[in-house]
Design a protein around this ligand. Structure first.
Ligand code: UD1
Length: 430
């Protein structure tokens, strides 16, 4: 199994191109199931999760093509891909494919809307809590679907004539359930209103893609989405938004090591809460024409308290990285994780660097230290793994991060991007 070996202590200096967002690319790919015409996506990141979803879509009968770079397009701008679901040949998403990635469960919405039936294995994904699917099932039932659970599969059937528009009020904000009901509603008969919808920029990216495909949606970017069902959707060409979690991760890496990094293509408005917190730690952030500059020269890192929240709050997907940063602050920071109940698995690994962290329920208390020391650590989930890389970049001496397949699920070219900015980092095979 591959490992990452790094030697900490270098400041990061240079430019890092921000890739397309994994969490937008995945639902956009799934939206291709809604039409028999080709959906072209640009800026698709090269990630293991994208590959995995390709396998799932191919199993449903989607033709997938990757196109070369267009003249004038820079290297590293992501892939241009076509997804063509002319015929859905299979409405089952099997266990061996779905269990590797939770987002693949979301195919249930488009399959049910277009084919009026779906049989989808209950999902897997990062082990960061129980992550149930009750909100998905309640929402689909509100649209008229009949749902059974059979041998680990959700078996869903639409009424005769297809799904029917309804009001769906989520008791809790869920990104995946919002994507799923939104997609399902585009082809339902009548009007659907989603109340307490997730407002993440990735939802907006998907909603705008659906509109480009002929869907009628209002309230995009707000807590209430209204969808008027249409008979069919058509093809479109849509760009995946830049990854705000990757942006925040590199910003925190630069904050931790010191230095001066330009994150090209970054959209600061997609992570304002996290940037406000970073500014509070003493980092200098400047929006420039082609990206976000992050600078910390000489000053120490100030402690800041943080609570994770749905967008526009501080993202749970940056919690582990921020905790890594706080291990070297000049005081005490409290971090409250409110989205997932088991998202502190990185704590035990950060402690191996000499960090002082204690957890009490939802709250982690981090007592900053002037210096961490390199260590052998284990990646436990996607975002946790990158927090270990960040800690290693700032720690004294050598760090080895084991089990890095988690990193390849969500970060495109991580070592290359960091080493171009002066980090001593390499992938060790085997
Ligand atoms: C998505 C993101 C993930 C991010 C998370 C929260 C993708 C591919 N993944 O995951 O990176 O960490 O949003 O921002 O976009 N819940 C229920 N019942 C349900 C569904 C969810 O109780 O039916 C709960 C979950 O257990 C969790 C909370 O709702 O406590 C939020 O989860 P959700 O927003 O659904 O996360 P994902 O869509 O899986």
């Amino acid at each position: 199994m591959d490992r990452i070996r790094l030697v900490g202590g270098n400041e990061l200096r240079g430019e890092i191109p921000i890739s397309g967002a994994k969490n937008a690319a995945l639902p956009l790919m799934i939206a291709a199931l809604l039409t028999d015409e080709p959906l072209v996506l640009t800026n698709v990141p090269r990630l293991a999760d994208v590959k995995q979803l390709e396998r799932i879509l191919e199993n449903h009968g989607v033709d997938i093509a990757v196109h070369g770079r267009r003249r004038g397009e820079e290297e590293g701008v992501g892939q241009r891909m076509t997804f063509h679901a002319a015929d859905i040949v299979d409405t089952t998403a099997p266990y061996d494919l779905v269990s590797k990635m939770r987002a693949s469960f979301w195919v249930i919405g488009p399959l049910l809307a277009r084919c009026h039936e779906a049989r989808v294995s209950l999902p897997g994904g990062c082990a960061i809590g129980t992550r149930p699917v009750d909100l998905f099932l309640d929402g689909l039932q509100a649209l008229g679907a009949e749902i059974d659970i059979d041998e680990g599969y959700v078996v869903a059937r639409a009424p005769k004539g297809g799904l029917v528009g309804a009001t769906v009020r989520f008791p809790k904000v869920s990104v995946g359930a919002t994507h799923t009901i939104l997609m399902a509603a585009t082809l339902a008969r009548g009007t659907t209103v989603i109340e307490n919808a997730a407002q993440e920029p990735e939802i907006t990216n998907v909603a705008e893609c659906l509109v480009a495909m002929g869907a009628k949606i209002s309230g995009i970017g707000t807590r209430t989405l209204t969808i008027e069902g249409v008979e069919r959707l058509h093809g479109a060409t849509v760009a995946v938004i830049p990854d705000r979690i990757e942006t925040g991760t590199f910003a925190m890496a630069a904050a931790m090591t010191g230095g001066d990094v330009l994150l090209t293509g970054a959209r600061p408005e997609h992570l304002q809460a996290a940037l406000d917190v970073l500014a509070g730690t003493g980092v200098e952030l400047t929006q420039e024409a082609n990206g976000l500059r992050v600078r910390r020269n000489g000053n120490g890192i100030l402690p800041v308290d943080v609570e994770t929240d749905p967008f526009p709050g501080f993202p749970t997907d940056l919690q582990a990285q921020f905790m890594a940063l706080m291990t070297m602050s000049s005081g005490i920071s409290h971090i409250r994780e409110t989205i997932f109940e088991n998202r502190y698995m990185h704590v035990a690994e950060l402690v191996r660097f000499g960090a002082d962290i204690s957890v009490n329920g939802q709250v982690a208390t981090v007592r900053g230290k002037p210096q961490l020391k390199g260590a052998q650590v284990m990646a436990t989930d996607l975002r946790a793994s990158v927090s270990l890389v960040i800690a290693g970049l700032a720690a004294k001496g050598e760090t080895v991060v084991n089990r890095i397949y988690h990193l390849d699920r969500g970060f495109e070219g991580l070592e290359t991007k960091l080493s171009r900015c002066g980090a001593e980092i390499e992938r060790v095979a085997g």
